[in-house]
Ligand binder design. Structure first.
Ligand code: AHG
Ligand code: MN
Ligand code: MN
Length: 335
């Protein structure tokens, strides 16, 4: 049940019963993400002070403040997820291989797999522009009692049990789904609690924003070039507005609220685009579909793609349903 003024902690517990494997474990896992998000938020918010504090010499005894923030965020999420003893394996953008958690899960009893992009859009940190965190949660497919294997991580996105993102923006928000709609929570920094601020988030069916790195135009496939020209044409509700932050989380978040389409197509430079299927595209696609939007690689539903590698990349087109479908039709027609 949705009640305004609920904290994220209350909401997680209150909705636990609607989850099909209702055991409290997923709740505890989501709570650990909530905690890590607060810790990372604190650090991201003082990013501009790092050199100043460092120079004063009163912080940074363990060198932590001068770590690149994506490494810092990676460490915090892994630490927090490991501590709760619910996760058996973690894969991250910042780790070459997956991590099998056997320090406190010696008998391999834990059931959940987490994939994360600890800091998304990290090139924006230095210029005070919004960044994010993306997470994706599965149940393991290998038997409990055995170590996790790559197979546990290479599940199709349609097997996700939960996914979400944190946007460290003008305010910090955590948005997530467990397959029963999408809800957004805003952090009250004075109290340190997330409050339900955006219940039942949904993409408008259509919108007037397109988000793409147009500097790569010359390298795009003809279908994408044609679609971009369509967005710019003066007809009906067009030309659309172009908005591109360069943080997937922030671009997605804006488009979900206002209506729009995000594109990171393949190009003559990157035959599979740039974004990673497992910890960027799949979680965002799950959220998009739960919010009445759509996500595809231009031809195939993102959530139906069988992954073959941990860090594989895939073209990504995501947003308001009608806009994604129009873009797909341009790609088909250019074949
Ligand atoms: P990350 O910082 O995790 O590597 O992700 C950056 C991604 C994504 O957030 C963003 O939309 C995209 O890269 C921007 O890429 P371009 O600079 O090539 O447009
Ligand atoms: Mn990213
Ligand atoms: Mn990243």
């Amino acid at each position: 049940m949705i009640k305004k003024n609920q904290t994220l902690g209350e909401f997680i517990i209150g909705n636990q019963a609607s989850f099909k494997y209702s055991s409290g474990e997923l709740s505890s896992l989501l709570n650990s993400i909530r905690l890590a998000a607060k810790v990372v938020n604190h650090e991201v918010n003082k990013a501009g002070l790092v050199d100043i504090i460092g120079a004063a010499g009163d912080v940074n005894i363990q060198g932590e403040n001068q770590q690149k923030l994506d490494v810092y965020a990676n460490d915090k999420f892994i630490q927090t997820l490991t501590n709760r003893n619910i996760v058996c394996g973690i894969a991250s953008e910042e780790e070459d291989d997956f991590i099998s958690i056997n320090s406190i899960d010696e008998n391999h009893q834990n059931k959940y797999i987490v994939l994360i992009d600890p800091l998304d859009g990290s090139s924006n940190i230095d210029v005070n522009v919004s960044v994010g965190t993306i997470f994706s949660i599965y149940r393991r497919v290998t038997p409990v009692g055995t170590p996790v294997t790559l197979e546990d991580f290479l599940q199709k996105g349609n097997q996700q049990v939960a996914a979400g993102y944190v946007v460290y923006g003008t305010s910090t928000m955590l948005v997530y789904t467990t397959g029963d709609g999408v809800n957004g929570f805003t952090l009250n920094p004075a109290i340190g609690s997330f409050y339900l601020s955006h219940p039942n988030m949904e993409f408008p069916e259509s919108g007037t924003i397109y988000s793409v790195n147009e500097g790569n135009y010359i390298h795009f496939p003809q279908g994408i070039k044609n679609y971009i020209k369509y967005c710019q044409k003066e007809e009906d509700d067009r030309p659309y507005t172009s908005r591109y932050i360069g943080s997937l989380v922030s671009d997605f978040h804006r488009n979900m609220i206002k209506g729009g389409i995000y594109l990171y197509p393949k190009s003559s430079l990157n035959s599979n685009g740039k974004l990673r299927l497992l910890y960027e595209c799949n979680p965002m696609a799950f959220i998009a579909e739960q919010a009445n939007g759509k996500a595809s690689d231009g031809f195939t539903r993102i959530l139906d793609i069988q992954p073959t590698e941990l860090h594989e990349r895939v073209p990504f087109i995501c947003g308001s349903r009608n806009m994604v479908e129009t873009c797909e039709s341009f790609l088909r027609n250019a074949q």
